[in-house]
Design a binder for this molecule. Structure first.
Ligand SMILES: *Cc1c(COP(=O)(O)O)cnc(C)c1O
Length: 392
C-alpha cells in the first residue's frame, strides 16, 4: 500500500514489536496522531497569533500554557520548544561559547553535542568514563583542571548526558553539576533519553539547562524538543533581536535570536502538546519500564555466552548487549551469517535490531506491554535453543 508515489505506508508499529533504541520513546500517542492530521498544514498554529507575534505567546491553541506547564514539570523557570535536542544544544553553545573557548562533554557524548560546540567556534574536550562506563564528578573536576591548563582559561560550558546513548547508563548529573559550579561553569543536561520517559527535576539536579528530545522521548513528531533554563540564564539565552533595517528602519520586537523568532509551527508543537498529558503520566511508571527491561536482559543472560555491557541490574530501558559468545557463534556458520538473528526475530514479529549485528548491539524495551515483554524474552531464548546454544 502506498501513501503516495513510491512512498509506502509505514506499518512497523502496527505489525511488529519494535525495539529500535531511538524509536521507542518517540512513538506517537493516538492523540498526537489525530492532532497531527488536523494541524498538518504549514503555519497552522498561527491562525490566532496576535501581537507581540511569537509562538510561545499563542493562546489558541494553548501553546503559551504548554510552555508554562513544561517549565513547571521540569522544575525550571523558562522553556522554549526547539526542532530537536540538537537545536537546544546549538542555542546554548552559541550563547556561551566564543571562538576558541573550551567546552566539556563526555566520552559518551552524542555527536550533536560536538557539532553544537564546533559550530559555535568552541573546542570540545571529553571527560573520560571510568571502567564501569560512568562519568564521575571526580573525572569532571580533573578534566576542568586539565582544560584550564591547556587553554589558560576555564571551559565556558559543560554538557552531561543524563543517560548516555551507548550504554543507557544513568550518570551522576547532580554531582557533576556541583563540581562544575565550583568553577562557575554552567551545565547543560542532555535529557534526550530521560525527559519524557523518566522524571526529571532540573533544580534538584542543579543544572542550568535541560534539553529534551520530543521525537526521541516525548511521543512527539520530528523534529521537536525543548530547552529549559533558570531565570538566572533565561535573559541571556532567550535574548531578543536588536536588528534594525538600515533602509526601512524596521525592528522585530521580541523575536528571540537563538530561536530564530519562532520554532515549531505546526504538527510538531501540536503533537508534543497532545502527547504531553500522557507523557506526564507515563514518567510516573518508569519503575515498571525498568522491570520490563530487566526481564528481557535476564532472558538474554540465561543464554550461555551472553554478557550485558550496561549497568546491571538495569536502571534504564536502553541496553547494550554482547552476544559474541552466543548468537555470533551461530553467525559464523549460518548461511545467512549475522543476518540470521534479525531474520529469526522478524519471523517472531520483532524488529529494531540492526540487521547483521550479532556481536555488540542495543535495544530498547520502552513502552512495551507485559505480554510483549514476555514474548520478546521468550523469542531470544527460543532462537538460542533452536541453534543449540545452552540456556541456563
Ligand atoms: C538522540 C540523541 C540526541 C539527538 O536528539 P535530537 O532530538 O534528534 O536532536 C542527542 N543526544 C543524545 C544522547 C541522543 O541519544
Amino acid at each position: 500500500m502506498k501513501c503516495a508515489l513510491d512512498i509506502e505506508a509505514r506499518d512497523v508499529e502496527e505489525l511488529f514489536i519494535n525495539i529500535d533504541p531511538i524509536q521507542a520513546g518517540g512513538r506517537l500517542t493516538p492523540d498526537a496522531m489525530k492532532s497531527a492530521i488536523a494541524y498538518g498544514d504549514g503555519y497552522s498554529v498561527c491562525d490566532h497569533c496576535l501581537s507581540p507575534f511569537r509562538l510561545d505567546y499563542i493562546k489558541k491553541p494553548p501553546i503559551a500554557q504548554f510552555h508554562a506547564d513544561l517549565a513547571e514539570w521540569l522544575n525550571m523557570d523558562e522553556v522554549r520548544v526547539v526542532p530537536g535536542a540538537r537545536r537546544g544544544f546549538q542555542a546554548i553553545a552559541s550563547t556561551y561559547l566564543e571562538k576558541g573557548d573550551p567546552a566539556l562533554l563526555t566520552s559518551l557524548a552524542h555527536y550533536t553535542e560536538f557539532i553544537a560546540i564546533e559550530e559555535a567556534g568552541g573546542v570540545a574536550r571529553e571527560i573520560p568514563m571510568d571502567a564501569d562506563h560512568h562519568i564521575t564528578p571526580d573525572a569532571a573536576a580533573a578534566k576542568i583542571e586539565e582544560a584550564e591548563r591547556e587553554f589558560k582559561r576555564r571551559p565556558s560550558l559543560l554538557f552531561i548526558d543524563h543517560v548516555d546513548y551507548q550504554y543507557g547508563n544513568i550518570h551522576d548529573a547532580k554531582g557533576i553539576a556541583r563540581v562544575a559550579h565550583q568553577y562557575d561553569i554552567p551545565v547543560l543536561l542532555n535529557g534526550a533519553y530521560s525527559v519524557g520517559i523518566m522524571e526529571v527535576d532540573g533544580k534538584q539536579l542543579g543544572v542550568d539547562f535541560v534539553v529534551g528530545s520530543g521525537h526521541k522521548s516525548m511521543a512527539a513528531p520530528a523534529p521537536s524538543g525543548l530547552v529549559a533554563t533558570t531565570s538566572e540564564h533565561a535573559e541571556r539565552v532567550f535574548r531578543t533581536t536588536r536588528s534594525r533595517g538600515d533602509v526601512t528602519g524596521r525592528m522585530f520586537g521580541i523575536k528571540e535570536v537563538e530561536m530564530m523568532g519562532c520554532t515549531l509551527m505546526g504538527v510538531t508543537i501540536i503533537g508534543m502538546m497532545a502527547s504531553f498529558p500522557h507523557v506526564r503520566e507515563r514518567v510516573k511508571h518508569w519503575e515498571r519500564e525498568v522491570a520490563h527491561s530487566q526481564t528481557v536482559v535476564d532472558a538474554l543472560l540465561s543464554i550461555e555466552g551472553t554478557r550485558v555491557l550496561s549497568d546491571y541490574p538495569r536502571r534504564h530501558t536502553l541496553t547494550r548487549i554482547d552476544t559474541r559468545g552466543s548468537f555470533d557463534r551461530v553467525a559464523q556458520s549460518h548461511k545467512k551469517r549475522g543476518y540470521f538473528l534479525s531474520t529469526d526475530l522478524k519471523k517472531r514479529g520483532i524488529v529494531g535490531v540492526i540487521p547483521g549485528s550479532t556481536k555488540v548491539w542495543k535495544f530498547n524495551t520502552y513502552g512495551l506491554s507485559k505480554g510483549q515483554i514476555r514474548h520478546l524474552a521468550d523469542a531470544f531464548v527460543d532462537i538460542a535453543q533452536e541453534y543449540g546454544i545452552p540456556v541456563g
